[in-house]
Design a protein around this ligand. Structure first.
Ligand code: B16
Ligand code: MG
Length: 218
């Protein structure tokens, strides 16, 4: 295939906001008398806000009203917004800017497919918003990851056919979304966890565009 676009996830690929999601979800869970550990947080990577809260409620086997559910969503997000307040360009993972520069040199478009409704705010704080050719809107898609919707919406926004796109993700749910969108998947993290990905790099600083393009050309 010919690669015309690379579509990136945000949390865990371009910056590490997982720790902030963890702190905010842990506070919600503990207030409900439910234990929430790093293992739980791992399960929630790439999972949207509503389904993350459902996971916690199911884990604790508690019953809450719709109003309480919405209040807890708002409470978690307010806490998260406080925690990310100080994010700045130094929080961008190393390797991201050289990777984006190499993509621009190769005339390959750059998209963002995050499940986060705070994605615009975060990439603004990171100072990288102008580098994207298209930014997906998590609030506008019908089904969140592992459904392909956000990756397909970004491909459409970029004007590139899905088969000419490569997706980059750190979460199992995200890799599944890329595969369901029939794109090639590059994982960032542990190859033993991201087993559905065609290629896995331990971190963005090891992202090798040459290797990715060779893989996609075969
Ligand atoms: P928000 P990604 C995801 O972002 C996070 O991995 C996940 O932990 C979070 O719950 C989700 O965004 C929703 O975030 O509450 O800010 O809308 O990895 O898809 O960039
Ligand atoms: Mg992620």
């Amino acid at each position: 295939m010919k690669t015309y676009a690379v579509i990136f996830d945000l949390d865990g690929v371009l910056t590490d906001t997982a720790e902030f999601h963890f702190i905010a979800w842990q506070a919600i869970a503990n207030n409900l008398g439910i234990e929430f550990n790093q293992e739980d947080n791992e399960q929630l990577k790439g999972v949207d806000r509503e389904n993350s809260l459902r996971y916690i409620i199911d884990k604790g086997d508690v019953v809450i009203s719709d109003t309480q559910f919405n209040d807890l969503l708002a409470e978690k997000n307010n806490h998260y917004l406080t925690l990310i307040n100080d994010i700045n360009p130094s929080h961008l993972f190393s390797g991201v800017l050289p990777c984006f520069a190499a993509l621009k040199m190769a005339n390959i478009k750059i998209g963002l497919a995050s499940a986060s409704k705070n994605a615009h705010l975060v990439i603004n704080k990171l100072g990288i918003e102008p580098l994207f050719d298209f930014i997906g809107d998590a609030a506008a898609v019908a089904h969140s990851k592992p459904a392909p919707d956000i990756f397909l919406a970004v491909a459409e926004g970029l004007g590139v056919a899905p088969e000419n796109c490569i997706g980059v993700e750190d979460a199992v749910a995200g890799i599944s979304a890329i595969k369901s969108a029939e794109m090639l998947a590059v994982g960032i993290g542990d190859a033993l966890v991201l087993t559905q990905a065609e290629l896995v790099f331990p971190s963005m600083s090891e992202f090798d565009l040459g290797k990715v393009l060779t893989m996609s050309a075969t």
